[in-house]
Ligand binder design. Structure first.
Ligand code: GUN
Length: 275
């Protein structure tokens, strides 16, 4: 029986630490949250981010822009917020409408206010071990592992998925923890053989229940970044939890594993942005 890594509890711990710091040091922190259009999933995420700000005592400024907003208008707003000394963090919710170049928007956010950790300067700093904001989901996974007492030093870590937001920064963070790191993706040959080497298996591929028991070594720690809704409206991850849980030594559930950590680490980044 695997230990269930409780992301709800650990994220609450992280948020409470942020709340305490804000109160103790009388910090006035402001996060600007920009949403373009009204993608329903984005609306839920943005709402949750604003709620977390309220809980911690971070001011949030909300910019809800219409779908037709031009790239120039959005870039002008980001520039204005970059120069506003009362704003410490800027978050542009992705995805953006197709007529707006996401990379251009991300590159316009000041690295000092890049609480998502998506700016090329933040990504570069992470890869050469310099201080900077780290993408929230991979940073949250490190906290899940550390706070569950899971050793990373010298361990074989296999990451499935090579996205800029999760897979690549995750690899950099695991290297920083002295793990031996392998990144797999859709072109990897003999995927099962590679994933079976993992002491720590981190899965972010966006395919429901893709990782079954034959991908997992007995005693592995399994971290599931995926979240999907099945035909019965039930949530599941990229890992087939029922099959893999008996094999694993520790595993994150979906929901209540990695998901809640993303917002907790965003809050942590906002508090640091003030720092
Ligand atoms: N869309 C999905 N996840 C994220 C995230 O972490 N940050 C932003 N800005 N947009 C997202």
């Amino acid at each position: 029986m695997a230990k269930i890594i409780d992301g709800k509890q650990i994220s609450a711990q992280v948020k409470d630490e942020c709340k305490e710091k804000v109160a103790k040091e009388n910090l006035e922190v402001t996060l600007a949250v920009i949403q373009v259009g009204n993608d329903p999933a984005s609306t839920v995420y943005v709402g949750n981010k604003k709620k977390a700000c309220e809980y911690i005592g971070i001011h949030s400024l909300s910019y809800e822009l219409p779908e037709e907003t031009s790239e120039e208008e959005l870039l002008a707003l980001v520039e204005k917020l970059n120069h506003d000394n009362t704003v410490h963090g800027i978050l542009v919710q992705l995805p953006l409408p197709a007529h707006i170049n996401e990379d251009k928007v991300i590159e316009t956010i000041s690295p000092k206010k890049d609480v998502d950790g998506f700016h090329p300067q933040s990504v570069g700093a992470l890869s050469i071990g310099q201080p900077g904001f780290v993408s929230c989901t991979p940073a949250g996974i490190i906290q899940l592992l550390k706070r569950s007492g899971i050793e990373m030093d010298g361990k074989e870590c296999v990451i499935v998925g090579r996205s800029n937001i999760v897979g690549k920064p995750m690899a950099m963070l695991m290297l920083r923890e002295n793990a031996t790191v392998t990144i797999c993706h859709s072109h990897t040959k003999n995927l099962k053989e590679v994933t079976k080497r993992a002491d720590i298996l981190i899965v972010a591929i966006g395919k429901p229940k893709f990782i079954t028991s034959d991908y997992v070594k007995e005693g592995a720690v399994v971290i599931d970044v995926g979240i999907h809704r099945n035909e019965n409206n039930k949530l599941c991850g990229d890992v087939d939890f029922e099959e893999v849980e008996p094999l694993a030594s520790a595993i994150t559930p979906v929901p209540g594993g990695v998901g809640p950590m993303t917002i907790a680490m965003l809050m942590n980044n906002c508090v640091e942005a003030k720092g």
